[in-house]
Design a protein around this ligand. Structure first.
Ligand code: TNX
Length: 526
């Protein structure tokens, strides 16, 4: 209901705006058509490294503008096509995308500059003059991020897919930007409740607006096994059948999984698959009796307790199972990482746990992949290149060298309630208002040096989340806050400034149909 009335509000506002800009077919005062289109003040998230913008001088985007890309570069042609699609409703038609065209007046040029040694692998430079714009980067990923910035400089109404033509302009200026951390992550728990391929694609669309580049999928847990493993078909045939609360569950066929990987790849997102072992494994134990120490398969589980299930660490078949699973997963995952879970083990002795984890990490390495595990795996001896994902608020890394992803539960677990009144979510780690999710720093929180941190990731666990509306409500605005922690230089980040910028994303989310939390900490723009 809330969402519907918001959409209605946006529609009405836009009609009102269109009526005053003169581009509406109903506009009656001719001179209004020549007034330079107003542009909003920039509210780019994550905050760019440097941004000089003049909103009084603009580059009006009309159907005369073309998007110029290098000849023979499929990535840039695709990115140009996406920009054209974004602008199409506003311009009542698509801008031409011209491979090999020259970047003169009335062009938006997307360019690669492989010799540029200041922008890094993912940085970009945007320049906007009164009659042209350009995005330059060393890599296609950098160009993609530059285009996300252009997108955020455009009025939020641009996101509304069904609207009539209206005037569109970019403010002039220059932005030079690159990320602080290489790993800007989101995690979706598709095991407690299942989210299908289209839902995952939708989530990828939303996270990439904020330059997030890793999507970690929690593919198995007590309540469900969600990815087809052809050598162990009962994992999904039986283990995928239900979910928390007894719903129908579901799973990805290998073709589905490959489709997610493909879609993510086109948006410069690396899929990180997780099979959580040795605990969080009831769905597999229920599907194959031989994986149980007593040889008896338990029932499927639909509650939300943790820590009660365990693989039988003394049986050789357990390691055959793990080898098959991680081999098949490695075969369909182009990204370098496989996540082995390793959290919340209550049924094994510390020694059993360590020996088990060391074997699993070896299995992943044998598939040519780098292992990641939740911070409990720090107890085990780990092959070089293993990444430890800090999640427990109390986790201490000790003095040992360790490569970390930071997902401190009391800051970035997006399944935590915002406050007492949040109708869904858990609160075991904290209640996390927008400011709590924003106002912390990875180096200060972890106590490790900047170079030991690969990045920051915001998980969403789905015990209490059943639909994408639920996921969106928990993710936004907090995911935008976490994305900025992972991307923007630490000294540039101030809560009061973020609070003002995020206010402008409310109308953007409304236009996109995103169900977001109207935090009272933000004075939302309408
Ligand atoms: C802890 S995070 C868990 C998950 C739960 C989550 C709920 C982690 C490594 N384990 O199994 O879903 O809390 O917030």
């Amino acid at each position: 209901m809330r969402c519907l009335s918001d959409r209605l509000f946006v529609t009405l506002t836009l009609i009102a705006v269109a009526g005053t800009t003169g581009l509406s077919p109903h506009a009656s005062v001719a001179q209004e058509a020549s007034a330079p289109p107003a542009v909003p003040k920039p509210s780019v998230i994550p905050k760019p490294e440097t941004l000089e913008i003049d909103t009084n001088k603009t580059f009006p985007i009309t159907s005369a503008v073309s998007i110029v890309v290098p000849r023979g570069n499929a990535d840039l042609a695709r990115i140009g096509g996406e920009l054209s699609t974004l602008l199409a409703p506003a311009l009542d038609g698509r801008l031409a995308v011209t491979p090999g065209g020259t970047d003169g007046p009335q062009t938006i040029a997307l360019r690669l500059d492989s010799a540029n040694d200041t922008l890094g692998e993912e940085g970009y430079e945007v320049r906007i003059a009164a009659d042209r714009a350009s995005v330059t980067a060393r890599t296609a990923a950098g160009v993609f991020y530059g285009v996300q910035t252009l997108r955020q400089l455009l009025p939020s109404a641009i996101e509304y897919r069904a609207l009539r033509p209206r005037s569109v302009a970019l403010p002039t200026g220059r932005i030079v930007d690159r990320p602080r951390f290489a790993w800007r992550g989101a995690m979706l728990d598709v095991a407690r409740h299942f989210f299908g391929v289209d839902d995952v694609k939708h989530y990828i669309d939303l996270i990439t607006l904020y330059k997030i580049n890793h999507l970690h999928l929690h593919l198995s847990d007590d309540q469900g096994w969600r990815v087809e493993i052809t050598s162990w078909p009962n994992l999904t045939a039986h283990g995928g059948k239900t979910a928390v609360g007894g719903g129908p569950g579901g799973f990805y066929t290998q073709a589905d999984y490959r489709e997610i990987v493909r879609y993510a790849g086109e948006r410069f997102v690396t899929i990180v698959p997780e099979i959580d072992v040795p605990t969080h494994i009831n769905a597999a134990l229920a599907s194959y009796p031989e994986l149980n120490c007593d040889g008896k398969a338990p029932d499927l589980y639909t509650g939300i307790e943790v820590g009660f299930s365990s693989l039988c660490v003394d049986k050789e078949v357990t390691y055959k199972f793990l080898t098959d699973v991680f081999r098949e997963l490695a075969g369909m995952t182009p990204g370098p990482y496989l996540h082995v879970g390793g959290d919340e083990v209550k049924k094994l002795t510390p020694d059993q746990y360590r020996r088990f984890i060391e074997r699993v990490l070896g299995i992943v390495v044998a598939q040519g992949k780098k292992p990641i595990g939740w911070d409990e795996i720090a107890q085990a001896t780990r092959p070089a290149g293993t990444v430890v994902q800090h999640w427990r608020p109390e986790f201490k890394h000790g003095t040992e060298d360790m490569t970390l992803i930071l997902s401190p539960a009391h800051k970035v677990y997006l399944d935590m309630k915002y406050d007492r009144s949040t109708p869904i979510g858990l609160e075991w780690a904290a209640r996390i208002e927008v400011r709590d999710a924003y106002d912390w720093d990875p180096v200060t929180l972890s106590g490790v040096s900047e170079s030991a941190i690969v990045g920051v990731e915001a998980p969403i666990w789905s015990e209490t989340l059943q639909t994408m509306d639920d996921v969106e409500y928990m993710a936004f605005p907090r995911l935008a806050a976490v994305a900025e922690i992972a991307w923007s230089p630490a000294p540039a980040r101030q809560w009061d400034d973020f609070r003002t910028r995020v206010a402008a994303h409310g109308p953007r989310w409304s236009a996109l149909g995103v169900n977001f939390y109207r935090s009272a900490q933000v004075e939302w723009e309408r």
